[in-house]
Design a protein around this ligand. Structure first.
Ligand SMILES: Nc1ncnc2c1ncn2[C@@H]1O[C@H](COP(=O)(O)OP(=O)(O)OP(=O)(O)O)[C@@H](O)[C@H]1O
Length: 337
């Protein structure tokens, strides 16, 4: 018989006053790479917060989450989850965090329920609890009918929901979701969003990385925008948007203009706060977003007048408000990585 006493629940072993997640001066250099994938990153996530980590491809988001979830070794700096130093105590850290990775990594030798039960066993959830908990989470994720299905026979969205269920099997304090809705259809995406909101309401801290600005604006209490492994901005989505120049946007799709000359002419107009070229690669027509002070309607006539003077033909006009995507483009530019 084992003389070991059962470990106390993970919740009791952590520092309840520490931030849910903290990285300080975090650095990661892969192999002999001269540039750092994470280059002195610092931020803290509050308990119960939904925190969005945004950045272009290669910005260092997955690496940061990899360090926090003990899958990647840091080069320097500090990374803690629920007050536990992930490098000094990776086992303790893994007990209080859950991970939903970018690439599905379900065990194909087990069915859906088996994947959940095995994960719970790995984390020391008592045998008597495992199956009931698995069934409860399968139900919550809309997967009850798939309990005995092999992961290979699940759709991408179902597999993703199963991975989220798996991440929750040991009752983590912090759940890391790496691009949770990539490849999901609109229903599955909304379903995942609802579950994230529900988790946060139940006190679980959620850290999500995403390329989807609407998703970040909708779900995240605060977002950190990173590029080249550094933090460029951190605030609530609305504060970030409010910090942009201009209060409204006029999107123009047009042809027949010298784009740079037109941008210059528009930018010189009173009331115009900025002009972004959003033309998609290979597109025939030019897409400009003009940020204006005050109401878009009032600025429309003079803006269109300037476009006409430049000899361009407008095929589409749309009035709107700046979004998190504008913040992202303003900070990280348009270039593809
Ligand atoms: N295992 C690895 N070995 C070497 N370099 C790596 C490795 N993983 C990532 N990198 C490099 O580190 C940098 C950051 O990559 P990372 O995957 O963290 O970015 P990301 O922001 O998550 O990007 P994406 O949005 O494309 O997932 C990139 O330049 C990438 O090439």
């Amino acid at each position: 018989m084992s003389t070991q006493t059962a470990a106390p629940p993970a919740r009791d072993r952590t520092d309840g006053t520490a931030p849910a997640v903290e990285v300080r001066d975090l650095v990661k250099r892969y192999g002999r790479s001269r540039t750092a994938a994470v280059d002195g990153l610092s931020f803290a996530v509050r308990r119960g917060e939904v925190f969005g980590l945004l950045g272009p491809n290669g910005a260092g988001k997955t690496t940061t989450v990899g360090i926090l979830t003990t899958r990647v070794t840091k080069t320097a700096g500090l990374a803690t989850v629920a007050g536990i130093d992930v490098t000094a105590d990776p086992v303790g850290a893994r007990a209080v965090l859950g991970v939903v990775p970018q690439r599905p990594n379900l065990d194909r030798s087990l069915d859906a329920r088996g994947n959940l039960v095995w994960h719970a066993a790995y984390h020391g959830v008592p045998r008597a609890r495992r199956r009931a908990l698995a069934d409860e989470l399968l139900e919550r994720m809309g997967l009850s009918e798939k309990a005995s299905t092999n992961p290979d026979e699940l759709s991408g969205g179902q597999a993703q929901r199963l991975i989220i269920a798996r991440g929750l099997m040991h009752d983590p304090q912090v759940l890391f979701l790496d691009e949770p809705s990539t490849g999901l259809d609109p229903q599955a995406r909304l379903f995942v969003h609802d579950r994230v909101t529900e988790l946060a309401a139940s006190g679980v801290t959620v850290v999500l990385t995403t390329h989807d600005m609407d998703e970040a604006a909708k779900l995240a209490d605060r977002v950190g925008i990173v590029d080249h492994g550094r933090l460029l901005a951190l605030d609530t989505p609305s504060a970030l948007v409010a910090g942009l120049p201009g209060e409204a946007t006029i999107d123009l799709v047009l042809t027949g203009a010298d784009v740079e000359a037109l941008r210059g002419r528009l930018g010189a107009r009173r009331g115009v706060a900025g002009v972004e070229d959003l033309t998609a690669d290979g597109a025939d027509a030019t897409h400009l977003r003009v940020s204006v002070d005050g109401e878009a309607g009032a600025a429309l006539a003079p803006v269109l007048g300037t476009v006409a003077e430049a000899g361009a033909t407008v095929s589409q006009v749309e009035l709107g408000e700046p979004t998190l995507e504008d913040v992202f483009i303003d900070l990280t530019g348009r270039g593809l990585r």
